[in-house]
Write a protein that binds this ligand. Structure first.
Ligand SMILES: [Fe+2]
Length: 185
C-alpha cells in the first residue's frame, strides 16, 4: 500500500478547487458522455500546458514529487514515455460515473502498454472507486482511500468507476505512461 504525502496532495487539490472556474473555461476541460459534473485538465505535462499553468501558479513542485514517488513505488522507469493525455486530473461532483473505456496506446505492437498511476486527492463520502472488466466480462473493484495510490492496467482492461455520492468532490490525479508489458502483467 502506498500513500502520497498529504502536504503535496493538499497543495494540488486546493489549487484545483480555487481555480475551478478557470479550469471550466479551458478548452476540452468538459468531456461529454459522462454522467454528473466533470471537468479535467489533460496533458498537463506538455510544454504548452506548462506555460498556461505557470501563469496561474500551478503547484508543479508538488506534482513532480508525487510523480517521482509513485514511479519509484511502482518501479516505472524514470525515462518512460508519457501515455496518451499524459498527466491529467479529473474533478467530479456527486452523481459522476466514468464511462467504460480502455486507454489507447500507440505502441502495442512493440510489447508496450499504457498504465496509469492514480490517486484520489479528494474522495467523496461514497463511491468513486476504480472498476475494471476483463475480456470475459468479469468485473472487479478496489476500495481506495484518499491519498492511497493504485496502478491501473488501463490499456489492457476496460475501466470505469463506482458512482460518486456525497458533497465532497472526487479529484483524481492520473499519470499515464507507456511501459513494457513484461514489467506490469
Ligand atoms: Fe482511462
Amino acid at each position: 500500500m502506498h500513500f502520497i504525502n498529504e502536504e503535496d496532495s493538499k497543495s494540488v487539490s486546493d489549487w484545483i478547487i480555487k481555480n475551478l472556474d478557470w479550469i471550466k473555461d479551458q478548452p476540452d476541460s468538459t468531456p461529454s458522455g459522462h454522467k454528473g459534473v466533470l471537468h479535467g485538465l489533460f496533458d498537463i505535462n506538455q510544454p504548452y500546458m506548462q506555460d498556461v499553468l505557470e501563469k496561474v501558479d500551478f503547484p508543479f513542485e508538488s506534482m513532480e514529487r508525487i510523480d517521482k514517488e509513485m514511479k519509484s513505488f511502482y518501479k516505472i522507469p524514470e525515462d518512460s514515455m508519457f501515455g496518451t493525455l499524459g498527466w491529467m486530473f479529473v474533478y467530479a461532483e456527486e452523481g459522476y460515473t466514468c464511462k467504460w473505456h480502455k486507454d489507447s496506446c500507440d505502441c502495442d505492437e512493440d510489447g508496450m502498454t499504457h498504465i496509469r498511476l492514480n490517486v484520489l486527492i479528494s474522495k467523496p463520502e461514497e463511491g468513486g472507486n476504480p472498476l475494471w472488466r476483463d475480456e470475459e466480462g468479469k468485473e472487479w473493484t478496489q476500495e481506495v482511500s484518499k491519498n492511497e495510490s493504485w496502478i491501473s492496467l488501463s490499456g489492457k482492461y476496460e475501466h470505469s468507476t463506482t458512482t460518486t455520492k456525497g458533497k465532497t468532490p472526487r479529484i483524481l490525479l492520473s499519470l499515464g505512461y507507456n511501459v513494457s508489458k513484461k514489467l506490469v502483467e
